[in-house]
Design a protein around this ligand. Structure first.
Ligand SMILES: [Zn+2]
Length: 454
């Protein structure tokens, strides 16, 4: 991670907004919290689902060559021997003999404890997998692990998927799910935690096609992040140095985002060659291969793996969307979230709590919520309600006032420009749909007019 700091945004602002508005809470907070564990609140869970839905739509539903999978978190322990995680997935740790703190040897400068200056032990390898026991007996035979990546569930199902879908190379298998790593160094909010969610594709290709496919996936995945509205200048591809590459990887790039703490990984895209397929064939005694109808030969596919973090994507989206802008005499905090990601697409705001207005507002709300994630807010002044919706990234607010009762029209207010349109109620759903799909806000529906408003 490079240490160039983003000057205009600090992480505390994002953490504070996320907590204050119900995006993300510290885990087990009433017990004082649990280090590096986080809970997604009512708005956070919507946003996170939107990220996963956008990924699934683009990577599975919109393509002919990728199918989905949802495998168990606990797998046969031999899986982790075959994958190399039992022997190789570890960090070298040292302990301070004085204050007992633990550090990663490879991140230390000097040979004294950075905390108290005490003597350090020799480095020992510490495996990052969470270990547990299956069944009632806690002995060596019942050891199991929480998966440290979703990828292995895909590899071990290669034959099942191939036999049931009859896919031809190249094809991919996609999975979204939780993974667990007992990291020594966590932090930067939800960026690095011990329990996290991954979005992974294993894309199987003919050996020899792997380099071209690898290039294709670099572009494809970078474009996906751009499609969520993340600014281009805050994204970059970084190739791994030879000494960073996992022993099996032929090549690897990170898609990095310019977080407040500097450029950091959102997603890794690796050319894993045939390492995993060969390892599981060897350890399981079941051959993982593909029969090529053209050459009448069995081949072991190469694997391109785009592996992204859900939580990191949520954090990048929050950081990228956050702004403080002048609004009349004040400053407003606003999340310029892409509509597909915003927890609510529209908020319905009645200008009165009197019956005729409320009845109309309720009717508008119940018809809109059939089409969009919508919220209803009638507390406090209209200015404060706009401010609240801006802060959680709601793209459009619809206000219902006393005039609505006469002209059967409502006002749509745009989060980004704060401009307003007056639109007939019967045109409202179509108008919102068009704007959520990218139509310029100023485009008027039939019977609509520009509005100066409040
Ligand atoms: Zn110490």
């Amino acid at each position: 991670m490079e240490k160039n700091i983003k000057p205009e945004l600090n992480m505390e602002k994002i953490v504070s907004l996320a907590r204050r508005r119900g995006f993300i809470f510290p885990s087990s907070e009433i017990y004082g919290g649990l280090s590096s564990c986080w809970d997604y609140g009512p708005l956070g869970v919507e946003m996170k689902r939107n990220v996963k839905d956008a990924w699934w739509q683009a990577m599975v539903h919109n393509r002919d060559d990728i199918v989905g999978l949802d495998t168990s978190i606990i797998m046969h322990p031999r899986v982790w021997e075959a994958s190399g995680h039992v022997s190789g997935f570890s960090d070298p740790l040292v302990d301070c003999m004085n204050c007992k703190q633990r550090f990663r040897a490879d991140l230390l400068e000097g040979d004294r404890c950075p905390n108290c200056g005490g003597d350090l032990t020799q480095p020992r390898q510490f495996n990052l997998m969470f270990k547990t026991f299956m069944g009632p007996v806690e002995d060596g035979a019942s050891i199991a692990y929480l998966r440290p990546e979703t990828a292995q569930g895909i590899f071990v199902n290669f034959n099942n998927v191939l036999n049931t879908t009859r896919k031809k190379l190249p094809f991919g298998i996609a999975q979204i799910g939780k993974s667990f790593r007992n990291e020594i160094t966590t932090g930067n909010f939800i960026f690095r935690s011990r329990e996290f969610e991954q979005m992974e594709i294993e894309y199987f290709v003919k050996p020899g096609d792997d380099e071209a496919q690898f290039k294709y996936w670099l572009d494809e995945r970078l474009n996906w992040f751009l499609s969520l509205g993340i600014r281009k200048e805050n994204l970059r591809l970084r190739q791994h140095r030879k000494d960073e590459l996992a022993h099996y990887a032929k090549d690897c790039y990170d898609i990095e985002y310019f977080f407040p703490m500097g450029w950091s990984e959102l997603e890794g895209i690796a050319n894993r060659a045939d390492f995993d397929m060969k390892q599981h064939s060897l350890y399981s005694g079941n051959e993982l291969s593909y029969f090529d109808e053209e050459t009448k030969k069995h081949i072991v596919p190469y694997v391109i793996e785009p592996s992204g973090g859900v939580d990191r994507t949520v954090l990048a989206l929050l950081c990228d969307a956050y702004a403080e802008e002048p609004d009349r005499d004040e400053i407003r905090a606003v999340l310029h979230l892409h509509p597909s990601i915003a927890p609510f697409k529209v908020a319905i705001l009645p200008l009165s709590r009197k019956e005729p207005v409320v009845n109309t507002a309720r009717a508008v709300y119940s018809s809109l919520r059939r089409c969009f994630a919508a919220s209803y807010d009638d507390a406090q002044s209209i200015g404060r309600r706009y401010r609240r919706q801006d802060e959680i990234g709601t793209p459009y607010c619809v206000t219902i006032d006393f005039d609505t009762l006469d002209d059967q029209a409502v006002t749509i207010r745009d989060r980004d420009s704060m401009r307003q349109l007056r639109v007939p109620v019967e045109q409202l759903t179509n108008a919102l749909q068009a704007k959520l799909n990218g139509e310029p806000f100023e485009t008027l529906p039939p019977g609509g007019k520009h509005w100066l408003g409040f």
